[in-house]
Ligand binder design. Structure first.
Ligand code: SF4
Ligand code: SF4
Length: 222
């Protein structure tokens, strides 16, 4: 049995109409984010039509996580500061007044289109290297636990990416904005977390990176 299964979830709307949603069951304590993505691909292949003709979700906010960086960096010349290189080429960094960083794919201010979207053909120009958030999105309802899983992975991974940017800046990377990130954020607010040192989705063991309460739900059958 696969370590992660994405399963159909019947969803009934306010009018009593039933549609397809998706849910998750995890069978193995060592299941990884790569296993999750493989299960999502398998579900999409079995139940969903492809996206040809639609680029809707490539015009929405798409945050980046640390484990997205190696694949995206492979599209660029090799360098010493991959997180900075990727964020400079494809990203947009904002720091809120309360000192929280947000790192997303850069989007066209008018159309909202991601900088990696081929708007003419409505397809991703970096499909094999696209981010976790792109790979894990379907436009059908998700169960609460699957939504929470995606959210916890993104939050932890984005915090780790912020930590990497601060570390690279301290080592001499050119700041992404006029003001250094270190003048806007405290490195103490971005300590190492369970995403640290995990460069690939296959290194991220789901049990280690989610809250205990969520893990209990994910391991519960049905
Ligand atoms: S997942 Fe849905 S919204 Fe996104 S591109 Fe495909 S069909 Fe369009
Ligand atoms: S990286 Fe590709 S899949 Fe992800 S939002 Fe941009 S165009 Fe869409």
């Amino acid at each position: 049995m696969d370590s992660v299964q994405i399963i159909p979830l019947p969803v009934v709307d306010d009018l009593g109409l039933e549609s397809l949603g998706c849910d998750i069951v995890i069978h193995d304590d060592l299941a990884t984010v790569a296993d999750l993505l493989a299960a999502l691909d398998q579900f999409a292949g079995q139940y969903l039509a492809d996206c040809k003709g639609c680029d809707g979700c490539c015009r929405e906010r798409a945050p980046l996580i640390a484990a997205d960086i190696p694949a995206l960096a492979s599209l660029l010349p090799a360098g010493s500061f991959p997180a900075h290189a990727v964020c400079a080429a494809f990203g947009e960094l904002t720091v809120s007044d309360n000192g929280a960083a947000d790192i997303c794919f850069r989007r066209d201010p008018k159309s909202g289109a991601c900088c990696l979207l081929d708007t003419k053909h409505k397809c991703c120009t970096a499909h094999p290297c696209r981010a976790f958030v792109c790979r894990s999105h379907f436009c059908i309802p998700r169960s609460d636990k699957l939504s929470r899983l995606r959210e916890e992975i993104v939050n932890g991974g984005e915090n780790e990416l912020t930590r990497l940017l601060l570390a690279e800046e301290a080592q001499g990377a050119r700041p992404l904005q006029d003001k250094p990130l270190s003048s806007q954020l405290s490195a103490a607010d971005y300590p190492p977390n369970p995403h640290s040192g995990k460069a690939h989705y296959r290194d991220l063991i789901i049990k280690d990176i989610v809250s205990t309460s969520l893990w209990r739900q994910l391991k519960k059958e049905g």
